[in-house]
Design a protein around this ligand. Structure first.
Ligand code: ZN
Length: 139
C-alpha cells in the first residue's frame, strides 16, 4: 500500500532532494541553482559563501565581465539573512547581465523588477516556509 501524498517510490525520490537533509549553506547553494534554472542569465554566475568584512553580500563582474558574475554571500550571516541576501544579489546579477545596471543608483526600478522576479521564484520553488512537501528538484 502506498502512502497518499508522501513520495516513497525510490525512482521518484531520486529526482528530488529533501531540503531538511541539507545543511544551511547547502540550502543556499540549492536555492541559487533554482534561480539559475528558472531565471537563466546570458553569462555564467558563480556563488561564493565567505567571510565579508563589511557587506552582507556582493555581486560583481568576474574579471572584465566576459566571464560573468560572482555573487558573494557573507558566511557569518544567519540562515534567513543569507536567503534574503542571495535573492537581493541575484537581482543585481539579472540587471548586470541585461545591461541595465546603473552604478549611480544600483537599487533603481529595474533592480526592483529583477528583485520581484527573483523573490517570486523563491516563493514558487523553495518549499521551506509553506505547506508543500519540503522537496526540491535535483539540479
Ligand atoms: Zn544591492
Amino acid at each position: 500500500m502506498r502512502n497518499r501524498g508522501v513520495i516513497t517510490d525510490k525512482e521518484v525520490m531520486g529526482k528530488y532532494i529533501d531540503i531538511d537533509k541539507l545543511k544551511e549553506d547547502q540550502k543556499i547553494r540549492a536555492l541559487f541553482k533554482i534561480f539559475k534554472k528558472h531565471i537563466p542569465l546570458p553569462r555564467p554566475v558563480k556563488l561564493i559563501i565567505r567571510k565579508l568584512a563589511l557587506d552582507d553580500g556582493m555581486c560583481g563582474w568576474a574579471g572584465d565581465g566576459r566571464k560573468g558574475f560572482v555573487i558573494s554571500v557573507n558566511k557569518e550571516l544567519c540562515y534567513n539573512c543569507k536567503v534574503d541576501t542571495i535573492v537581493h544579489e541575484y537581482a543585481h546579477a539579472i540587471t548586470m547581465a541585461n545591461g541595465e545596471y546603473d552604478s549611480e543608483e544600483d537599487h533603481d526600478s529595474k533592480w526592483g523588477e529583477a528583485y520581484a522576479e527573483t523573490y517570486r521564484c523563491f516563493l514558487t520553488y523553495w518549499p521551506e516556509y509553506g505547506k508543500k512537501p519540503r522537496l526540491i528538484e535535483k539540479l
